[in-house]
Design a protein. Structure first.
Length: 395
């Protein structure tokens, strides 16, 4: 029987030098491109693509400004961004304007001191010192609360996923805090008779609520952060743990993944979710001219040596209490707002948007007389003056 010999494989052709060189050039270009993007990530990032998709239907000038639109309100309006538009809350109405001025919501209300807090998809509007509160979502009012006569709302906070905390004064108590879930159902009510409560905020996992309380300790005024588990019995009014802030007056707070930022009248604190004081940044005798806690992983303070005048210093404070960036300011500052990784500063001459390192990201020289700003996490900014507003979208 004759054996069949296997066919010999044809010799492999050597790689074409041209294709090898082309592959080398592509690899080098990709590496250089990656290095360039990393080095310039503050100017070239995915936020630009997000802005293009979000605002492509809005006509804008070469500088990135949309046409200004008039809003109805008055001198006591509160503003917030919602669904890519501007929510204007006045004493008699709540209106939602799109970026081009289209009115998507028009609700009649009666509030003396309207205050608004919003997230990406909802807004909580309440009458500070009054009895009315409402929740706006999907361009409609989805929840309304009216306290009994003699009670008054001190503050209200809206969680990212729709949970709420409402702090009030009611007859017989120095402070009452109610936690609502995302279906606007009350999950916990804390009635305190021993200490005054001025504010409350919910943890990111909505398992714990932190109260800002004020009282007397050892014959001296003391401000404190008191922590309560949400699943506790309402009859138990003793906090699970506390953190003393000394004689500070708490002006604002925000609970992030780093902990609770608490702004005092002469210091900024970061308190852990277990009640430990993680860091403190003292103002060292300087006056607090402006601030924002809206940044992602940092706080921003504008401090000045004198109460009056324009000389001040812009500071970025890290969770460990250190100053990661600072900038001398010698101009009148009308607005300071931060969101995500952008810090917007509105002065008498321009709008400057900075990175957390206080490097200029974009500058807008013409602000059309704006006196307030609302920075957004995608890098865009809403500029507001006495009766008009317009959107700025960096190119």
């Amino acid at each position: 029987m004759e054996l069949l010999e296997p066919k010999k494989q044809p010799p492999k052709k050597p790689p074409n030098p041209f294709f090898r060189f082309l592959a080398f050039l592509v690899t080098v270009a990709m590496v250089l491109g990656a290095v360039f993007l990393v080095a310039n990530r503050d100017k070239f990032n995915l936020d630009g693509l997000r802005r293009w998709f979000s605002y492509r239907s809005i006509s804008r000038s070469d500088t990135g400004q949309a046409e200004s639109f008039q809003y109805d309100g008055g001198t006591s309006c509160s503003f917030a961004t919602l669904d890519g538009g501007l929510l204007v809350c006045s004493t008699n109405s709540i209106r939602l304007y799109g970026g081009n001025g289209t009115v998507y919501l028009d609700e009649t209300v009666s509030m003396e001191h309207p205050v608004v807090e919003s997230n990406d998809s909802a807004a909580l509007v309440y009458d500070a010192g009054g009895t009315a509160l409402c929740l706006i979502s999907d361009t409609e009012q989805v929840f309304r609360l009216s306290l009994e006569e003699g009670s008054r709302i001190l503050s209200a906070r809206l969680h990212e996923d729709g949970w709420m905390t409402v702090t009030a004064q009611e007859s017989g108590y120095k402070g009452v805090v109610t936690v609502y879930n995302d279906q606007q159902e009350p999950k916990l009510r804390i009635n305190l008779s021993s200490r005054f409560v001025t504010d409350a905020v919910l943890s990111p996992d909505h398992q714990t609520v932190a109260l800002i309380s004020a009282g007397v300790n050892a014959a001296a005024y003391e401000s404190r952060v008191d922590f309560y588990r949400v699943n506790r019995s309402e009859d138990d009014v003793e906090p699970d743990f506390t953190c003393s802030l000394g004689d500070q007056v708490a002006l604002d707070l925000r609970w992030t993944e780093n902990g609770i930022w608490v702004l005092g009248d002469s210091a900024l604190f970061l308190v852990s979710g277990s009640g430990d004081l993680k860091s403190t940044y003292g103002f060292a005798g300087r006056y607090l001219k402006s601030y924002t806690l809206g940044g992602d992983g940092y706080a921003v303070l504008l401090l000045g040596k004198y109460r009056a005048g324009t000389d001040a210093e812009l500071l970025v404070i890290e969770p460990d209490g250190s100053v990661s960036a600072s900038l001398a300011v010698n101009d009148q500052i009308f607005g300071l707002s931060a969101a995500g990784r952008y810090i917007a500063v509105l002065s008498s001459g321009a709008l400057n948007i900075y990175t957390p390192a206080l490097e200029v990201y974009r500058t807008l020289e013409t602000t059309q007389g704006a006196r307030q700003i609302l920075q957004r996490a995608d890098g865009s900014t809403m500029l507001i003056n006495a009766n008009t507003a317009h959107l700025y979208v960096p190119n």
